[in-house]
Design a protein. Structure first.
Length: 63
């Protein structure tokens, strides 16, 4: 088995359908989805703002 790591740039409020389409096109099994946060601000700590740059999606393929 091999693993592939895909980088998926995302704007969390607007890209739900884009992410869904991307995940449905993958051939293998999704092992993990890891969000990468931008530099943490005080607003993020208090939950006023969220800043996710991109997602790393780990896919396990049979080939």
């Amino acid at each position: 088995m091999k693993y592939k790591v895909h980088k998926f740039d995302i704007h969390m409020e607007d890209d739900q359908m884009k992410l869904e389409d991307f995940l449905n096109r993958l051939q293998g099994e999704i092992v993990a989805i890891i969000p990468n946060n931008k530099k943490v601000t005080l607003a993020q700590i208090y939950g006023v703002s969220r800043k996710v740059d991109f997602l790393l999606i780990v896919e396990k393929s049979n080939s």
